[in-house]
Design a protein around this ligand. Structure first.
Ligand code: FES
Length: 246
């Protein structure tokens, strides 16, 4: 059967009892974001795709309109299918996301007022979106050693949330496996340079790729703060986005 004109690239789905049409070729997380829905995410990145490691983008998917239980799926790992029925606002998926962010924030330092990323931080935004307020665990936070990564990048490992973005970026876009995951279980070191030096000319982009403040822009942090006060201006510099004071 022929689709009505202009609808052949669209898929219909129901989200929290509302009907939507979205473009094909995206995953469910992208579709929700394109609709302006509040759904937190960390490990998914538009340039690197999904790995499903942070578990933050969970939603409940129902088999049909009779299904009242549904099952949790990671929206970044779920392809769109015609007629799918999902919920972001049901208790099951909301509690899962809240518990998950609580686990992440259990170890994340609350140093936002002195963090270069503060006020311009994906983790801050997603934490507020998830309405995180609990920290039931009262033990000490995990601590890691930092590395000296050269003149362009600060390194603050305690802020790591284990999303793998840095490792994937360095492998896929810098063509180097030097940035890696070390350790085991609760003491994993994500984004630690095995050789102690990041050789790639593109390593400065880690400051953008990291959703928290593990990698931050060293030249910027020495001269300014309050990233949200910056304004876009025409520039002719063909180099990186870090700014070099030349
Ligand atoms: Fe989907 Fe991380 S964004 S699991």
């Amino acid at each position: 059967p022929q689709s009505p004109e202009g609808t052949e690239n669209l898929i219909s789905l129901t989200i929290d009892n509302q009907s939507y049409s979205v473009e094909k070729g995206q995953n469910l997380l992208q579709a929700c974001l394109s609709l302006g829905l509040d759904l937190p995410y960390f490990c998914w990145h538009p340039a690197m795709g999904s790995v499903g490691s942070c578990r933050q983008c969970a939603v409940t998917q129902y088999q049909n309109s009779e299904d009242t239980r549904g099952r949790l799926v990671m929206s970044c790992m779920t392809p769109l299918t015609e007629g799918m029925i999902i919920s972001l606002k049901d208790d099951k998926s909301q509690q899962f996301r809240e518990t998950n962010i609580e686990a992440i924030m259990t170890n994340h330092p609350h140093d936002c007022p002195v963090c270069e990323e503060g006020g311009n931080c994906h983790l801050q935004d997603m934490t507020l979106m998830s309405k995180h307020i609990n920290r039931r665990y009262s033990g000490k936070k995990r601590t890691h050693l930092n590395q000296f990564l050269g003149p362009l990048l600060n390194h603050e490992m305690n802020r790591c949330i284990g999303c793998y973005r840095c490792v994937r970026f360095y492998r896929d876009y810098c063509g180097d496996k030097d940035l890696n995951v070390f350790g085991s279980k609760s003491h994993l070191y994500f984004g630690r340079a095995e050789s102690g030096v990041l050789q790639s000319h593109f390593s400065g982009n880690l400051a953008q790729v990291c959703p928290t403040g593990v990698f931050t822009d060293k030249p910027f942090s020495h001269h300014y703060s309050r990233k949200w006060d910056l304004q876009t201006a025409p520039a002719i510099c063909p180099h990186c986005s870090l700014g070099c004071n030349i």
